[in-house]
Design a protein around this ligand. Structure first.
Ligand code: NAP
Length: 291
């Protein structure tokens, strides 16, 4: 059988997932076609029913459907339950199972950047869908203090409290709510006075907002960017956002969103096909699609 896969979103024209996955399918000689599906929010339920077609191997899900799809599926993988969003649909015994590979993809990207928590203090800009996955991965990586700064302070607080519920219970059985071994997760408005002090002492800064996709767009003044930290911007287009350019100029180590994008794709690919993903081919296809 010739398999069908694809990515659903709205809009979806700019997605480079088709290039990444088709290159991997072709390299491994898997008879499959990875498509791009433009589906408006009102049409999502009808589209989800079509996922049950026998030649449909799986799907990726992007903005604005990552949360809306949850109730339309038969079950959720632990990865999707933890993050509260689905970016991958698996078929298991005829059932549609939602999974999330963004958090694991971000964790692999952090590993590539050589990040190993020392003081364990991190600052995350943003509290949207991607921030949920990134926050989860940061805590799993061993971050001890996470400060979330978001324009909409209430949204930041809501994410902080969701992450507190999921934070690793290092104290084990009998640990108290005030257990000092648990990570400290705080949320602030983007214009809160705490921002400068947190930035000055953090070892990791991650931008999960969409600010930086357009030329000259930045949330931080260049002098606020911590020169001694690892600075990650999960935006992959452009390859170097103003934040990353400022970070590089100040001597910081930097990483853009391409590794996270490719790793989340590779994890989904392996779950659909059961085959080891050809990472070099996927990275090359992503870079070519963005060139
Ligand atoms: P989202 O759910 O819409 O969240 C957007 C975030 O950006 C929110 O925190 C929002 O703050 C903030 N924001 C937007 N405009 C702002 C502005 N003018 N000033 C301050 N804050 C602003 O989007 P998302 O799904 O999280 O995606 C965010 C970015 O991550 C996008 O650029 C996307 O391409 C990228 N991404 C990359 C990967 C990857 O694999 N590399 C994966 C997923 C997403 P408010 O809450 O205050 O509105």
């Amino acid at each position: 059988m010739s398999w069908r896969l694809g990515v659903v979103g709205y809009p979806i024209e700019h997605s480079i997932s088709p290039a990444i996955h088709q290159a991997a399918l072709d390299r491994l000689g898997i008879d499959g076609r990875y498509e791009r599906w433009s589906v408006a929010p009102g049409a999502l339920a009808a589209w989800a029913a079509g996922l049950r077609a026998p030649d449909l191997l799986g799907a990726n899900v992007t903005i604005p459907h990552k949360e809306a799809l949850l109730p339309l599926l038969d079950a959720l993988d632990p990865s999707a339950r933890q993050v509260g969003a689905v970016n991958t649909v698996l078929k298991q015994d005829g059932r549609l199972v939602g999974a999330n590979t963004d958090a694991a993809g971000f964790a692999l990207a952090l590993g590539d950047a050589g990040y190993a928590p020392a003081s364990g203090e991190a600052v995350m800009l943003g509290a949207g869908g991607a921030a949920r996955a990134v926050g989860h991965a940061l805590l799993a990586a061993g971050v001890r203090r996470l400060a979330i700064f978001n324009r909409d302070a209430a949204r930041g607080q809501a994410l902080a409290s969701a992450l507190r519920q999921q934070a690793p219970q290092r104290g084990g059985q009998g640990a108290r709510a005030d257990d000092r071994s648990r990570p400290l997760i705080e949320a602030f408005a983007l214009d809160a006075p705490d921002l400068d002090a947190r930035l000055a002492r953090c070892e990791l800064l991650v931008n999960t907002t969409s600010v930086g996709m357009r030329p000259g767009e930045r949330l931080l003044r260049p002098d606020q960017v911590p020169g001694g930290a690892l600075v990650v911007d999960i935006i992959y287009r452009p390859a170097e956002t103003p934040l990353l350019a400022d970070a590089r100029a100040r001597g910081a180590r930097t990483q853009n969103g391409l590794p996270m994008l490719v790793y989340q794709a590779a994890i989904a690919f392996e779950r659909w096909t059961g085959r080891k993903p050809p990472l070099d081919v996927m990275f090359a296809a992503a870079r070519q699609a963005l060139a």
